[in-house]
Every structure is written in C-alpha cells, then in structure tokens.
Design a binder for this molecule. Sequence first.
Ligand SMILES: [Zn+2]
Length: 637
Amino acid sequence: MAIPQSFIQELLARADVVDIVGRYVQLKKGGANYMGLCPFHGEKSPSFSVSPTKQFFHCFGCGKNGNAIGFLMEHAGMNFVEAVKDLAQTYGMPVPEDDTSPQERERAAQARARQATLSDVLEKAASAYRKHLKASPAAIDYLKGRGLTGEVALQYGLGYAPEGWRTLASTFPDYQDALLVDSGLVIHHAEDGGEDKRYDRFRDRIMFPIRNIKGECIGFGGRVLGEGTPKYLNSPETPVFSKGRELYGLFEARASLREAGYVLVTEGYMDVVALAQWGFAHAVATLGTACTSEHVQKLFRFSDAVVFAFDGDAAGRRAARKALDVALPFATDVRSVKFLFLPAEHDPDSYIRQFGPEAFARSVSDAMPLSRFLIDAAREGCDLGSAEGRAHLASNAKPLWLSLPDGALKRQLLAEFADLIQLGLHELQSLWQPPSPAPAKWQRRTPADGQAPQDGSPSSGFSRRFSSDKPARGLGRQLPASRADHAVRLLLSDMRQWQDLNGEDHQMLCELPAPHGTLFTWLDSQYQEHGSLPWGALREGLRDHPCEALALKVMDTAFAAQTASPEEEPDPKAPSPQALARESAAELKALLNRLLIERLKAQETQAIASAQTDPSALERYRALQARRRSLENPPEV
Ligand SMILES: [Zn+2]
C-alpha cells in the first residue's frame, strides 16, 4: 500500500469507529464503551465492545479486534485500500495521490530521500550564515541595536547572508547543483540567449532559519540589513517548506508554551525574537501570510489558549478578521482565543521596547476575547436603530456563529445576538439553523446503500436479556507485568495524558530502557506531528515498528482490564468517560511517581559510587535523597 502513513493516521483520528461499526452492528452504550453482538462469531449475548476513546473494537468471545479500517476489511470484505477510500469518503477527506505501482512507490521513496537531502542542504546553509554573522560587525550592530543579545541570536540560530551574488559558492563547491535551486537558496534564470544565470536568493540580509517541529531547518526568512527592498524575504514554497502550514518559532517556543499557558501569534520573525529577548519565549509568527486553518490546528496541539497580536491599523484589523474566521471552528469551550490590538503605530517588537515587558503582559491579559471580537465584527457598519440594520447584523453574524463548534459559548452568543437583533432566542435559532429530524436514540446509521441489517443477521435480537451463553474469555485479567508496561498502557489508551506530563516525566519515559523508552520516544514524535491520536490510529502507525509487539501485548490486556464485564447488562450507573479519564490520570501520576523514585534511587547509587573521586557527588547524593524522600512521603495537605 502506498497511501501515506500520515494520511491514514489523520483519517483514523477523524473517523469514529462507533459510527462505522454502528452501520453494521446494533450497539448499546455500556459505561465508557459500546457493546453489541459480535459480527464475527455466533453469539446470543454481546461480548463485542467498541471503545470511542481508543477508537478500537474488541471481541471478548473470539478475540477479533482492530480499528475502523480493520473493521471494514474484516466485516465488509474490503481490501486495505478500499477500506481507506471508503472511510475517507465518509469523512470527506481526499485520499492523496494513489501511487500503488512499484515505480510510483520508488518515486515516493525518492521524494522522501529528497526531502531529507533538502533539509541537509538548508542546515548547511544555516550554519554558514551563522559563521558569516560572527564575521560581520554591521550585522552584529544591527541586532544589538534591536536590543538582542548573542544568547537569543544563538537560540534562534540567527545568521547573516553577506552581500555578493554567489557567497554560497564557498559553502557549496558545486554551485550548479540542482538542490541549491530546489531548496530555494539559489535563483536560476535560463535566459533566451541560452546563457544560464544563477545567484544567491538572500544577499545582505539577517537570516532567520525556519525550523519544523522536529527542529530541522526547512527554510529561511531574511530581513534586509539596510534600506533595500523587499524588507522581508522568505524562502519560496519547496518540497519541505509551505508558508500556509509552518509557524516561525514554534520549535523554539515549545518548552515555554506549557509554562506560559498560552501561545502568542505575531506577524513577524523580528517580533518573535524580540519578545523572547524580553522573556516572552512563547511567541510564534506566521510567515508573511494570513493565518490559515492549518496554522490554528497546529497551535491548538501545543496549547489550549491562543492570543493573536495585531497592529492596531486597518491592515492589522483585516488580518485579525481573517484569523477570527479560521479560528472559529476550533473554539471549543475548553479553549481560549483572544485578540490583542496594539496601538496603530506599533508592532509587538516596538511596543515592548518602548513600554517594557510589564506593560506588554498587561495588554496580553486585557486582550479581547473571541466572543467580543466576533460580535464587533458582525455589527460593523450596522445601524442597530433600524430594523434593516439589525437584519444586516443577523446576516453578518450567521456564518460566524454557524462556524462555532457546539457548546456553551455558542449558546451564549446566540442569546447575545438575539438581544441585539431583537428577536426571540428560538426565532433566531430557527432562522440560522432550521431544525433537522433528529435520529432516534439508539438508531445508528444504516449502510450507505440504505439497506438496514436484515433480520437474523448478527446485529438483530439485541433486546434479549444477556444472561446465558457466556463467551469464552480469551484474555486473562492480570495486570501488565512491569510499571513501564503499565505506563505504556495508560498513555496508549489515552494519549491526551501525554501533554499533561511535565518535561521531567517525558524525559524519564523516553530514557527508559528499550523497548519502552523507544516506544515513548516514538509516541512523543507522533504527538509533535499529529497531536493526540486514539489508539486505533497509533496502532496503524506502529505497523512494522520495532515496538509493535510491546504495544500490542500491553493493549490486549488494556482491553481486558478496562471493559466492563461483558456478560453483564450495560450498567447505566457506570462511570462517565470523564470520571474514567480522571481516574486513569491519577493512576498515571502515582505510577510516574514510583518510576521517578526508582530513577532517583539509581542516581543516588551512582552518586555514592563517584563520591570518592568527585567531591560534589556527596552533595548531589543528599539532594537526590531529599527529593526521593519527599516523593515517598508527600507532605500532608
Ligand atoms: Zn467475536
């Protein structure tokens, strides 16, 4: 199969296995999962469980399990590609170029190798630019003049592209190499006379390397040193760089984001670097383009709170309006989106230099909430004193309001708009959202061709009492052998917990001996790339991975341990998914505490061993021991 792995994972993250299975099997909610009669073996009482959080199904009778794709393959008899296409169509996601022939596969492998090569070339250029910066007093003076220290310049890898048309030739001996053009470093003009002109794209500019979330250099932004134009110049779109997807500074900001609790989005790389200099290391910038929905999606993978900063002028206002439009669909009740409008003549860089970091922090905390800006944007130019003006407001507000995800914010805004428009709440709602026939409570979608499951199929007869015909349990209930297994189980079951861990926990887990450490390192990279994924999607990404066996072993027991006893009638008082999530977070916390204690013990032993030769080791030992004891006996609260 040659459909890109990352697409399959995105697809599985978007799809709902409960819906997909529900097309064929009548399911009933029981606790956190759904239960039904297994379509893969004959049974009279349900032992087939579908987990919405794991995005995985599992039969306790016959042991069949899998994700939405697996279900379509096993039950609907599709092959892998058919199942992916079917699923993609259901969720309106176009399947990327279908390159199934060996030649095409070869081409895809070449493209991947090429991307790696382009990154290498860009990395090499970045290092050359850094060297040139050290040798250019004018460039250093410029950065100092903007208030930057060498430390911040180093952190962001700033460099300098000297004057001259072919400076890069000293770094890349083969200046004719096509990679230099493909990476956007060199511009190539083939002139009519047949003469072939090549020259450096970036000349006499301060260079800002743009890194992807893995820290690889994928392009550059360059600010002209003198008065030349354009003031800012970016790398062109290349196989590794796409302006609409990348955010400058996100890689560098990762650590600070969690601490600050929000991410600040600015319009320029100078803003990002200047803010970092003043202690706001959690700023990122779009790259000379309006904020896209891909940007917003990416931001919300790293923080639940986003503050957009714009200049106070008309252009800033327009850019803010675009950001509002793309942010609305992501503004769930647990997220926060705010808009910071600076005085007209200021950008974040100039503002913080003139007024200082406290004033800047104050203006961030006073930033306009999304709800306020949404209402302002909708009523702009509407005379609320006239019926026509209020109707105009209603028509402006409708698409904005409809973009919001369902939730408490959306309902409150409906009430506010109803007030402004002077319509009743229900009148306005029926104007904006005509009622559609609601599906019956347990009635799930029937297959696409409209055929309901036929009588006698495994999905009928659900209402019978599930008393006899106990399924043979294929799996024991024993807990995973080691603590590390246990941590794997909790985190693969609910990857959202990964983001709630602190840096020390991440490091400790990633440094566990193989295969556990390897698996956590892989999980972290998945998190950076996709955000949280359900187990169903992770399982797909693990195919042929060295840690596949470990993950499968652990998750098999996870299903056995976490599903309510299958032979019993679903318990209406079963804990809610939220309660289960809290419980598992507490379990994970206690477990990490134990792991940390073990790690500290090992470090203590090491410190003692080196105490004979290293005078500071004893002190280290005492600090480690004190820390461990405080973990073992937490202070009473
Ligand atoms: Zn079964």
